[in-house]
Design a protein around this ligand. Structure first.
Ligand SMILES: *Cc1c(COP(=O)(O)O)cnc(C)c1O
Length: 345
């Protein structure tokens, strides 16, 4: 089976498992796990922030950030297809009482005007009590539901500047910020610079079995540690898994370029099929979104599964294929042959 459903399927390598087996550990709730502490310091350094805190999942780092930045009833601005909005079980509403206000981005990328339009007017004749106060703006880079689209840096900065001028705090969902960094040659800390908080995942393309980190000012991270505990995220000898993340950020970031080349190869190999629309231009990192033009996506996904290629139906007519370190160039060439045969090219 060639499994292209998600980069979360990436498995720890033998060298990573060795690093895990040899990790120095302690009780993280007491701040005494040396490997977790080393990971937090290293992530803060890479992201150019004062501190960072390790947590089990990216959903938790995003949701702790929202909880730390807002009060119940506040509006949080984000793209209409943001992971925080679509794929985090409604946690922003349930855990923080936050009111998502959706922006009309293109593959997750929106404009300063979109941000300005979403913030209620301040005017003596407009009752300020009618609208939830806009407190936080979230940006996702790369954008998962947008084919792994990478924000143009200038546009990201302009959007952040507008948000700042409107009094918003700024959060970056950088689950795949590593991919944006290697694809553009722009360092993670440059991408992170405008933001109050940044969330990154180790469990996607980097290949660690689990874990995410949330970075920001020392004061913000101290507050985040309180909500990590409140959400049940207190860890004990987490150095075992933090060691995998430390290993991954030192050894696997450059490898993401191979995933990007493989995603591009897949998209190019599927061009010209009448049953599948492939937008080559939208493939900027490790995610390929295919649009079915003849059969519903779900039907084609079943046929492909039976033929040995596992992909994810993400909508009525959309299929997602993702590359990661489990998937070789040979796998991609084979997947192209199977998809072309099954889709009837
Ligand atoms: C995967 C992902 C998350 C959440 O990470 P989990 O560890 O699965 O909770 C958040 N944002 C984006 C963009 C992601 O792709």
């Amino acid at each position: 089976m060639i499994d292209l459903r998600s980069d979360t399927l990436s498995r720890p390598t033998p060298a990573m498992r060795r690093a895990m087996a040899e990790a120095d550990v302690g009780d993280d709730c007491f701040g005494e796990d040396p490997t977790v502490n080393a990971l937090e310091r290293r992530v803060a350094e890479i992201l150019g922030k004062e501190d960072a805190v390790y947590m089990p999942t990216g959903t938790m780092t995003n949701q702790v950030a929202i909880r730390a930045h807002t009060e119940a009833g506040d509006a949080v601005l984000m793209d209409q297809s943001a992971h925080i909005y679509l794929l985090e079980a409604g946690a922003a509403c349930a855990l923080s009482g936050a009111h998502p206000k959706l922006l009309p981005g293109a593959q997750g990328v929106f404009t300063p005007a979109d941000v300005a339009a979403a913030v209620p007017p301040r005017h003596p004749y407009f009752p300020a009590t009618w609208t939830p106060p806009a407190k936080l703006l979230c940006i996702e880079n790369t954008h998962n539901a947008g084919s792994g689209r990478i924000w143009p840096l200038a546009q990201l900065r302009a959007v952040c500047e507008t948000g700042r001028s409107l009094g918003l705090r700024l959060h970056l969902d950088g689950a795949r910020l590593w991919n944006a960094a290697v694809a553009t040659g722009i360092a993670e800390k440059t991408w992170s610079e405008p933001f109050d908080s940044v969330s990154v995942c180790f469990s996607k393309g980097l290949g660690a079995p689990m874990g995410s980190a949330l970075a920001g000012s020392a004061q913000f991270v101290a507050r985040a540690r309180r909500f990590k505990a409140l959400f049940g995220g207190g860890l004990r000898q987490a150095g075992i898994v933090a060691a995998a993340a430390l290993y991954a950020i030192e050894h696997h970031r450059e490898l993401l370029l191979v995933d990007h080349a493989n995603a591009r190869l897949l998209a190019e190999g599927l061009l010209g099929l009448p049953a599948i629309d492939t937008d080559l231009q939208s493939v900027q990192s490790n995610i390929v979104v295919l649009r079915t033009t003849r059969a519903p996506a779900g039907e084609l996904v079943v046929k492909l599964f039976q033929a040995g290629v596992h992909v994810l139906p993400t909508g009525r007519d959309t299929i997602r294929a993702v590359t990661c370190l489990n998937v070789s160039k040979g796998d991609i060439l084979e997947a192209i042959r199977v998809i072309r045969r099954v889709a009837g090219g």
